[in-house]
Structure formats: structure tokens, C-alpha cells
Design a binder for this molecule. Structure first.
Ligand code: AMP
Ligand code: MG
Length: 430
């Protein structure tokens, strides 16, 4: 009897397969699918590989100390490795930009073809960020603002940047190891800078880098940001902004003077970050390992009259007189807060400010994807909505520019429609 009892269920299961042969086929198929899933590599089945890639450590860290950290991080959350590397890369690059920011004089500024300035800080920060991406995500494409051409013909400029790149490292050995360590030599530095020439687009993984967003602010002693974002198939998945001159304190009120005569002294320096579907955070900008992060969210606007809106310092980047008329239409009584760079996105994401308007000054200018990708995600993950002046989401999948968009309207989701309506009335888009 005990044997019968034991064998009973087995026998009836065997009978089941005999009476339903299709079950055997279905089960075999299931086993086959599972086997493919677990063994699929990125090259065999790219889409499935991509999905699984985020759950498993694909990029071998360079040291044993870092392996443990990376494995734990990547196994738990989608994009955890990308987020960690991006924040550390921004933190390291910001050490270089801070050093240049403190220099008196021209900061090695040269004019680019479009007459916009670029400093030794821009080149150096871009080289350091791309070095980290090459070490950790070697197959990803990169869209970065600068190129090495001016350095190839100017030995003094090149040497100055090389010295900065060579001397900048995180003061935490494990964190520096996670970024792949030092750049080999001057030639390697130039090659790294030139890895940022991807055309972007709708397919695959693309990092966008603005090594110093708001270079004019950086030169004036205002706000600037080190900006890095990961796009996947044209959508922003990870966004990081290092803002060395913003207060660490998320609750610090946004005063009208935040955009001028800034320092990066005690109490300043913050990293904003976001991962798609996982929220937005801020943390103090450090010199080694990452500091503890805090969740941030936009402030609900109860009264438009007490809302504050941010815009560019540069009148050539955003139409300030139209912005004033929009503010008036909305009943906003405070003067605008003017500051350079994506620090504006970070400031509204943590509720220090409320609305960010960027109104086109010319019909032909196309916004650059590196000027908006990180900020767009950080604001949306903090409870905001970001569109252009036509009400369309920013489309990062059309190339190096936001060719199909016009301007930016960012506000808490609950009032975005109201703000957009005022924008469209004033711009004559309705
Ligand atoms: P912001 O500091 O917010 O004024 O933005 C700085 C960015 O504005 C720079 O990184 C430039 O890429 C970008 N920019 C340059 N010219 C224009 C323009 N005419 N309209 C809008 N943005 C511009
Ligand atoms: Mg920029």
C-alpha cells in the first residue's frame, strides 16, 4: 500500500501524457524557450539580450574589489550599473571642471566654429567621462558636444588639458577602479574625445554628454552642469547632472541671484540623477565614493501667483520678453530666476523652483540632445512633465539635435497643461 500510494500520482501523470500527447510537445517547447532565454547573448538575440543584459553584469569590472559592488548593484535593479558609473564619471569630471572654475583668467577658452566658447574644462571633462564609458560599456555609442580637432593643432592647449586629465582621479580607489582607471597618454585622450561623434538615432544604446553645460555661465562665474544621459532606442533611461555651484540643500530657496557670482565652496555641489520608472534623487557631489542619495520631487503649485519660473541667463538662448508675458498671463508675480545650464531642470525637479521655460529665439536653431536629455528625465521622474512649445515630448531619437521640437516647457504634471496654454497663446501657436 505505501508503495502504491507513492507511485499513484506518478502513474496518473504518465497516463496524462499518454492521453494528451500535445502536452509533451508544449512542455518541450517551454523547456526550449527557457533554454534560449538563459543562454541568449546580445549577439544571438539582441532584443532579449538587451533586456537580460540589465539584469546581469555584462561588463567585467577591472578589479576584484569592484566586482562585488558591481555584481550586487546590477543584479538588483535595472540600469543600476549604468547609474553608478554615470554618477561616478560625472563626479570625477566635476573635480576637473571645479579646478578650472577656480582659475582666474580665460580658463583656456577658445571659440568654436559657431562662435560659442569651449574651455580646457570642456575637453578634459569629456575625455574623462568617455574613458569611463569605454571601460565599462565599450559597445555603446556616444554623442558628445566637443571634438579634439582644436587640440591636435595647438600643443600648448593640448598639454594643459592632458595635465588636468592625468591629475584628476577620484580619491576612493574602488570608485576610481569602477571607472577603469587612468587615461593612457595624450594620444589616447584625443582618441577618447573623438569617440563622441555618433549621429545618435532611434536604435540602440547612446550616451549623450555635455561636459560643461552652460560654458558661458562657467566663464562668468555662474551655474553650470556636467551632463550625462543614456538613451535606449531614442528614450532617456538614465540621466545624471553634476551641478558644482548649486546648494546641496534641496530645500534651499531659489533666489534671484543664484545665477551669478557663484562659488563651489562648502555647502555647494549636488548630483541629480534619475532612472526611468525609478524616480529621481539628489546627493552631495563628492570627491570619491558616492554620497547617500535622497528622493526628490517637484513641489505642487497651489497658487500660481507664488510660483517661480526659471530661464536662461543668455537672452540669445531663450526669449525673455515672451517669458515675462507668459508669466504675467499665468499670474506669476515673482521675477524670473535666471541661471545657466540644466541646473534649471535640477532646481525645479527638487522643488526649489517650479517652472522652466525655454522659448526659441530663432526659427532655425535646433536644440542639442546633450543640453536636455538628463534634465528631461530627472524632471519627469520627479513628477513633472516636459514638452516643447507645441506640446510634444522631446524626441531624442532623431539625431544629435531635437530637430522636430521647438523650445521647452517643463512644469509639475498637474499644471503643465495650464502653463502650455499660456505659452501657446503668447507665442501665437493657438
Ligand atoms: P542655457 O545655459 O540654458 O542658456 O543653455 C546653454 C546651451 O544653450 C548651450 O549648451 C548651447 O548648446 C545652447 N544654445 C546655444 N545657442 C542657442 C540658441 N540660439 N537657442 C537655444 N540654445 C542655444
Ligand atoms: Mg550645453
Amino acid at each position: 500500500m505505501p508503495v502504491e500510494k507513492f507511485e499513484g500520482p506518478l502513474r496518473s501523470r504518465a497516463n496524462l501524457f499518454k492521453t494528451h500527447p500535445s502536452l509533451t510537445i508544449i512542455l518541450s517547447l517551454l523547456v526550449l524557450i527557457l533554454a534560449i532565454f538563459t543562454s541568449a547573448s546580445n549577439s544571438v538575440i539582441p532584443r532579449l539580450g538587451l533586456l537580460f543584459g540589465h539584469l546581469t553584469p555584462r561588463h567585467t569590472p577591472t578589479t576584484t574589489t569592484t566586482r562585488h559592488v558591481t555584481t550586487a548593484a546590477t543584479m538588483t535593479t535595472i540600469y543600476a550599473a549604468e547609474l553608478e558609473v554615470a554618477q561616478l564619471a560625472v563626479q570625477r569630471a566635476a573635480q576637473l571642471t571645479k579646478r578650472v572654475f577656480r582659475e582666474k583668467g580665460t580658463k583656456g577658452a577658445v571659440a568654436k566654429d559657431d562662435a560659442s566658447p569651449v574651455t580646457v574644462g570642456d575637453f578634459g571633462a569629456q575625455a574623462l567621462i568617455i574613458a569611463a564609458l569605454r571601460a565599462r560599456f565599450p559597445h555603446d555609442a556616444i554623442v558628445a558636444e566637443e571634438e579634439a580637432a582644436p587640440l591636435r593643432t595647438d600643443a600648448a592647449l593640448r598639454e594643459r588639458i592632458w595635465r588636468l586629465v592625468r591629475e584628476t582621479r577620484l580619491d576612493d580607489v574602488a570608485a576610481e577602479g569602477l571607472l577603469g582607471g587612468a587615461v593612457a597618454d595624450v594620444e589616447d585622450m584625443l582618441a577618447l574625445i573623438d569617440r563622441g561623434k555618433s549621429e545618435g538615432g532611434r536604435r540602440g544604446r547612446v550616451w549623450t554628454i555635455d561636459p560643461i553645460d552652460g560654458t558661458k555661465g562657467f566663464l562668468r562665474g555662474g551655474q553650470y552642469a556636467v551632463a550625462l544621459a543614456l538613451l535606449e532606442d531614442g528614450d532617456v533611461k538614465v540621466g545624471v547632472l553634476g551641478c558644482p555651484n548649486l546648494p546641496v540643500d534641496d530645500a534651499a530657496p531659489l533666489t534671484a541671484d543664484i545665477g551669478a557670482n557663484q562659488t563651489d565652496e562648502e555647502g555647494r555641489g549636488v548630483i541629480f540623477s534619475a532612472v526611468i520608472g525609478q524616480g529621481a534623487w539628489s546627493r552631495p557631489l563628492r570627491t570619491g565614493a558616492l554620497a547617500e542619495g535622497k528622493r526628490i520631487s517637484m513641489k505642487p503649485i497651489t497658487e500660481m501667483s507664488s510660483a517661480s519660473f526659471c530661464e536662461s541667463v543668455e537672452a540669445g538662448h531663450s526669449n525673455q520678453s515672451e517669458a515675462a508675458r507668459i508669466a504675467q498671463k499665468l499670474g506669476i508675480t515673482k521675477p524670473s530666476v535666471r541661471m545657466d545650464s540644466q541646473a534649471k531642470y535640477g532646481s525645479i525637479a527638487r522643488g526649489a523652483g517650479d517652472i522652466y521655460l525655454r522659448l526659441p529665439t530663432s526659427k532655425t536653431y535646433q536644440e542639442k540632445i546633450w543640453d536636455h536629455a538628463a534634465g528631461d528625465l530627472i524632471v519627469r521622474e520627479a513628477g513633472g512633465q516636459v514638452t516643447d512649445t507645441k506640446g510634444q515630448r522631446l524626441d531624442f531619437g532623431v539625431g544629435r539635435t531635437l530637430a522636430t521640437n521647438s523650445g521647452v516647457v517643463a512644469a509639475p504634471a498637474a499644471v503643465h497643461g495650464q502653463v502650455l496654454e499660456a505659452v501657446q497663446e503668447v507665442l501665437g501657436l493657438k
